[in-house]
Design a protein around this ligand. Structure first.
Ligand code: SF4
Length: 82
């Protein structure tokens, strides 16, 4: 794992795959379909690993690094209707 002081905020990385995504709300998903779309974007992202580490270290919420976080903890997406 990368030391926390070496992690860069993925929101400031110009190479991130979500940079120009037309629907940024999918990264704070309220449905399984939004979560699925978000992790598809993350799967093509060149900083996917460091993004997930960032979320873990900074107690983030939502989809980071292809994973779903609540207060920096990995969680499962809600199973409500899409
Ligand atoms: S891993 Fe996902 S959330 Fe993180 S910068 Fe890349 S596309 Fe965005």
């Amino acid at each position: 794992m990368t030391p926390i002081q070496e992690l860069r905020d993925p929101r400031h990385d110009r190479h991130r795959a979500c940079r120009d995504h037309p629907d940024p709300e999918i990264f704070d998903p309220i449905s399984p379909s939004q979560f699925a779309e978000a992790i598809t974007v993350c799967a093509s992202c060149p900083i996917v690993d460091s993004c997930g580490e960032w979320a873990l270290c900074h107690r983030e919420w939502g989809v980071w690094g292809g994973l779903l976080f609540e207060d920096g903890q990995l969680t499962e997406p809600k199973r409500s209707a899409a």
